[in-house]
Design a protein around this ligand. Structure first.
Ligand code: F0G
Length: 467
């Protein structure tokens, strides 16, 4: 930090354009939630006051990004906007081939399609839901190998997102040439937005290489991860975030990226790699599913917004404010005794719904109950990451198989909310915490075969009994 800096970490921007948000009453929210089948994904966003559903695609763009969009060249082939985008991606990642996609999951879909062989296995710290779903859709299996600390919400660890290297080596030996890739997600979103250390990336990459396996970074939040490395890992204090990011990517063979996060853009993503043959297959698949290789699934103006976003996201004043504003919310909740994943993640605070609502069994969806109550209490929308998102039914017994943690994520959009919005969110969480014993579980009344959390519908159990 600069020596003349004050203690207060401010938003390093001023606001040029504002967007009103709509206050609602509790009876209005009760009606909205009922109509949405008690699934916050099915709400109309203008019935939400503070929207912490995701940090994806929800960033405020800068004046520089808006002006870059005016330069967007919409040529079908060879657009200068693509070359601008390619240059920025290459500066950070060092990869030879840069394939633009409409968002992160399109990059995943292409990668797992071209890598697929019967019986394929993928190993990772924690696969994000779309990553896992795209892997499983090809018929392959995905195994999560987080370090043990990563599964204990209250246990602090500077790099709680790390992959367990002992289990990784064992799994590489066990599955042999079935393993198509090791995927390290930075930061580890499903594990609490927790960073992965450079040492862990380097060692996991070395293990993958020893076994002749592709090493992939799912790098949506690469800049936040690099900032944590700079703050917490020996030897990185004096390196720039850009240099740290470049080193992270230097250990990878490929990356999938959703530019809707650390691209500071509202849409977009890419797949990048060094291997010529893999890239050729991926480009052919891109043409089939997304578009010509110099625009992928994007307009030229989107490519410009991402290129400028990538320049801005490695700014250290921005990252200091970004990570501190998330930690500020976690500090307030921790002081109030609310169970949550500690330390705070880079893009979100994760409430430990299992600890918050110990009386609600996983099959009655404690995370969903908590997320719904935050909406009813104050119009705050978070997202369940627990039994709804990752729970399964045992195919033989039909019984619920719970994931390791029941969480509610409060994801903070980039450059959108101010400190008083965050104070308000803390007040809402604390109010629900005070009446936690009165809360009851939910029953799922509809589920889709894939990614069921987006469209599932629920019925409150207490009401079912009363009827
Ligand atoms: N990988 C990670 C780690 C993610 O967090 C996401 C998206 C994706 C891949 C897929 O990217 O949405 O552009 O297709 N995460 C969002 C979230 C949806 O809310 O965390 P996408």
């Amino acid at each position: 930090m600069r020596e003349d800096a004050m203690k207060t970490i401010i938003e390093p921007f001023r606001i040029k354009s504002v967007e009103p948000i709509r206050m609602t009453t509790r009876p209005e929210r009760e009606r909205c939630l009922d109509e949405a089948g008690h699934n916050l994904f099915l709400l109309h966003a203008d019935d939400v006051l503070i929207d912490l559903l995701t940090d994806s695609g929800t960033s405020s763009m800068s004046a520089m990004q808006w002006s870059a969009m005016m330069k967007g060249d919409e040529s079908y082939a060879g657009s200068p906007s693509y070359f601008e985008f390619e240059r920025e991606v290459q500066k950070i990642t060092g990869f030879k081939h840069v394939i633009p996609t409409h968002q992160g999951r399109a990059a995943e879909k292409i990668l797992f399609t071209v890598l697929h062989k019967p019986g394929s296995v993928y190993l990772g710290n924690t696969h994000f839901d779309t990553t896992r779903a795209n892997i499983e859709f090809t018929g392959a299996k995905a195994f999560d190998l987080p370090i043990p600390e990563g599964l204990v919400p209250s246990q602090k660890h500077p790099f709680k997102g790390n992959i367990d290297l002992v289990r990784l080596e064992k799994a590489l030996d066990e599955h042999g040439d079935k393993v198509r890739a090791v995927i390290v997600t930075v930061t580890n979103n499903s594990g609490g937005g927790q960073p992965v250390s450079m040492e862990n990336i380097k060692k996991a990459s070395a293990l993958a290489k020893e076994h002749g396996v592709l090493f992939v970074l799912d790098s949506c939040r690469f800049a936040e991860n690099a900032w944590f490395i700079k703050q917490r890992e020996d030897g990185y204090k004096d390196k720039s975030v850009l240099e740290i990011a470049q080193e992270m990517y230097s250990y990878a063979d490929a990356t999938t990226m959703s530019a809707k996060k650390d691209g500071l853009a509202n849409i977009g993503g890419f797949l990048a790699m060094n291997d010529d043959e893999l890239s050729m297959h991926a480009s052919n698949m891109l043409i089939l599913t997304e578009g010509f290789p110099t625009y992928g699934g994007l307009a030229g103006r989107d490519l410009e917004a991402i290129a400028q976003g990538l320049r801005e996201v490695v700014d250290e004043d921005y990252l200091r404010y970004r990570v501190r504003s998330v930690e500020y919310l976690a500090d307030k909740l921790e002081a109030g005794g609310v169970p949550l994943i500690l330390p705070a993640g880079g893009h979100a605070v994760y409430l430990d719904a299992g600890g918050f609502l110990p009386n609600i069994r996983p099959e009655e969806f404690p995370g969903q109950v908590l997320a719904n109550e935050l909406y009813l209490e104050g119009g705050v929308r978070g997202v369940e990451i627990g039994s709804v998102m990752f729970g399964k039914r045992d195919p033989d017994t039909g019984k619920h198989v719970a994931p390791p943690m029941e969480l509610v994520r409060l994801a903070i959009p980039r450059r959108v909310y101010t400190q008083s919005h965050v104070d308000y969110v803390a007040e809402v969480v604390l109010a629900v915490f005070a009446r936690r014993e009165s809360l009851r579980g939910l029953e799922m009344t509809y589920e889709a075969p894939f990614l069921r959390h987006f469209t599932a519908r629920f019925r409150p159990l207490a009401q079912t009994v009363a009827r």
